[in-house]
Write a protein that binds this ligand. Sequence first.
Ligand code: FNR
Length: 334
Amino acid sequence: MDHINYALSTGQGRETWLECVRFVHQALPGIDVADVSLKPKTGDLKLQSPVFINAMTGGGGQDTLQLNALLAKAAKETGIAMAVGSQMAALKDKTERDSYAIVRQENPDGIVFGNLGSEASVSQAIEAVEMIGADALQIHLNVVQELTMPEGDREFRGALDRIAQIAESIHVPVVVKETGFGISHETAEALNQTRVAAIDASGFGGTNFASIENERRQRKLAYFEDWGIPTAAAIVECREGFGRTVLASGGLQDAGDLVRAFRLGADAAGIAGSFLKRAVNLGEIGLIEEINALHEDLTMLMTALGARTIEEIRTSPVVISGELLSHLQQRGYG
Ligand code: FNR
C-alpha cells in the first residue's frame, strides 16, 4: 500500500522525451478508419490489444485485493492483458495469495502475466506461473529501487544466469522489464542471448521508484531521483539490442505517447501509474472508459498517419529533436 500511496502522491514526471518525436503530417494518408487494426505482433505473448496494464499490486490484504479485482474486471471488459505485482510475497506466505488469485477468478480467459524479481529461482518461477495460471512471466530488474530501499537487496550477481535458466525451463514466455529506469542497448543485448521472449523498456519519466523509496527513508538518496534512461531513448536502445518483442512503458499516459512509442520501435505498451490514478479516482467504470478511449484515439491517430497496423507506424516520417536527438546521435543510432 505504501507503494500505491506514494506512487499517487509523488506524481508522474513528464520527462519521457517522447515529446521530442514530431510526426510529419500526411494530408493524403490513403486509408479509412475501418482499415486500422490494433492487434499487435507480439510473438508468443499473443496480445490482442497494443496496451496492457503493467505490474503493480498484490499481497497486502483487502485493499490490494480490491484494487486487483478492479483492474482485472477492467482488463476483461476491454480485452487487454494485465500483469500482477511481484508474487514473491505470496511465495513466501501462502495467506498472501488471494489478492493474486482474484485476478484469474475475475478474468478466467484473459491474458495475465505473473511477476517476480531477478532473485527468483526456477522453482519459484514455476510456482508463480501455476499460482495464477499465468500466460507469461514478467521478471523485473530494479537495482536502483533496491539500493534506495533501506531494507533492499545489496547483491545483484547472477541475475542474468537465473533469468536465462528460467526462460529455458518454464513453459510460458518470459518478459524482462525494468521498473522505470530503462533497459539499455547493452542490457538488451545480454538478454537477447537468452530465450527471453520480450523485454519491456520501462524507462524514466513516469512512476519514479527512487522518489517513492526516498519518501520512506530519512536520509534521501536524491541522486537516484534523476537517474535512468528516458522512455523514448530506452525504447530505441531496446530495439537496437534485442531481436524479438519490445514493449514500452514508463510515463505513458495517452494515445499520443503510445504512437510515439510504437514509432520508436515498441510492439505494444504497458501503463501502470496512469491507470492506477484513474482506477483510484474514478473506479472501474472510469478505467474502462479510459482504456476504450485509448483504443479509439489510437485508431484516429493511426488513420491520420496512414498506418493500418502498429507495425506500419514504424515507417511514419518523424522529426526528432532536443535531448532525444542528442542521445541517439551520441549512442551512434544516426
Ligand atoms: C509498480 N511497478 C512494478 N513492477 C514490477 O515489475 N513489479 C511490481 O511489483 C511493481 N509494483 C509497482 C507498484 C506500483 C504502485 C506502481 C505504480 C508500479 C512498476 C511498473 O510496472 C512500471 O514498470 C513503472 O511504474 C513505470 O510505468 P508507469 O507507472 O510510469 O506507467
